[in-house]
Design a protein around this ligand. Structure first.
Ligand code: PLP
Length: 358
């Protein structure tokens, strides 16, 4: 039989969003913009509330601060609710908002798993939040026992990038599940490359884990890096907190329109992804024939990490032939590696020929 003491213990050991939110954010109510206060029901109204210029040019009105149209389509496609979605000016803005909502500067810390996406570290620096780095294992998987050791009562966020940039692999489901179950802070799974992956998105597990946050983006598979649209998916409670601190018009009108058109044309996106995956296989094949390529790492993304004899030399030789790749040699566990983005058939042929000539 559970005593009062046991129950208290259980409570301390389980996730509680109230313990995660920054003290000042708890007391905030969101800025209420003109477009928030009056929501059009479709009838023709005279809008004299926002000091806009009345002459129509397509963008003279403020955009919908809650991006309702776009969210409705995304929610349907992803099998979630609109209240589970927050949109940002790229996922980089979403990640920054997470720091600002949950991490007390100079007090809290986050955990990142290098080699990984560089933005987590940049954002921890900007927000003056300690970044505890726990290296991936030699096969680029989360080191669960070391991560658990790094966690303390001030650890608010754990960043898991899967498929991981720059290694390309997905993290094991078991490891991620164990972390979701044992960590009482927020687990942020960055799924920037999920559309290229053979693994399923974690969005289907949203209801199983109150501490799960997923970020996605239109920058990669959707081919819209230029419009800046990032997607944050989490419980309605978490989304409500982040909504309080987001700039009211963070996703502009042109982005909302372009994104809506693209997301509705999901078949084109899927066709392009399939083409990129076919090209990825060809590029992998081509890389195996290059004498100075020593190892090609398994990938679930639209890029391939490969170990070469001398990454800086090969990088410069490729540059001289007009091909820009990413030299990742300074990243931990990535000595002498190059990261090749999978391009068009023509671009990949140019790369393969350049590699052969070198
Ligand atoms: C490219 C990338 C992003 C995309 O960021 P946006 O700001 O949405 O363009 C996010 N996370 C990772 C791991 C990436 O590689």
């Amino acid at each position: 039989m559970a005593t009062l003491n046991d129950q208290h213990h259980i409570e301390l050991m389980s996730f509680n969003l109230d313990n995660i939110i920054r003290e000042n954010v708890k007391g905030l109510s969101p800025y209420s913009s003109a477009r928030d206060e009056y929501v059009s029901d479709g009838s023709t109204m005279v809008f004299l509330d926002a000091n806009e210029n009345p002459f129509e040019n397509g963008v003279n009105r403020y955009p919908d601060p809650q991006q309702r149209g776009l969210k409705a389509i995304l929610a349907e496609q992803k099998g979630i609710k609109e209240e589970n979605i927050l949109l940002g000016n790229g996922s980089d803005e979403v990640l920054d908002l997470l720091f600002r909502a949950f991490c007390e500067p100079k007090q809290d810390n986050v955990i990142t798993l290098p080699p990984t996406y560089g933005m987590y570290k940049v954002l921890s620096g900007i927000n003056l939040v300690e970044n505890r780095e726990v290296l991936l294992t030699d096969d680029f998987q989360p080191n669960v026992s070391e991560i658990k050791k790094a966690i303390d009562e001030h650890t608010k966020l754990l960043f898991i990038c899967s498929p991981n940039n720059p290694t390309g692999n997905s993290f094991s489901t078991n490891s991620i599940e164990e972390l979701l179950n044992s960590f009482n802070g927020l687990v942020v799974i960055d799924e920037a490359y999920i559309d290229f992956s053979s693994e399923e998105s974690w969005t289907s597990k949203l209801n199983d884990y109150p501490n799960l946050i997923i970020t996605q983006t239109l920058s990669k598979a959707y081919g819209m890096a230029g419009i800046r649209l990032g997607i944050c998916i989490a419980s309605a409670e978490i989304i409500a907190v982040v909504n309080k601190i987001k700039p009211p018009y963070n996703v502009n009108q042109l982005t909302q329109e372009k994104a809506t058109t693209r997301v509705l044309d999901i078949n084109s996106v899927k066709n392009e992804v399939n083409e990129i995956l076919a090209e990825r296989a060809k590029l992998e094949e081509a890389l195996t024939t290059v004498s100075f390529v020593e190892k090609i790492y398994p990938t679930n993304a639209n890029f391939i990490l490969a170990k070469v004899d001398d990454a800086t030399l090969r990088y410069n030789q490729l540059l001289a032939k007009g091909v820009v790749v990413r030299n990742r040699t300074t990243q931990p566990l990535c000595e002498n590696t190059l990261r090749f983005t999978v391009g068009s058939a023509v671009e990949n042929k140019t790369l393969a020929e350049a590699l052969k000539m070198i």
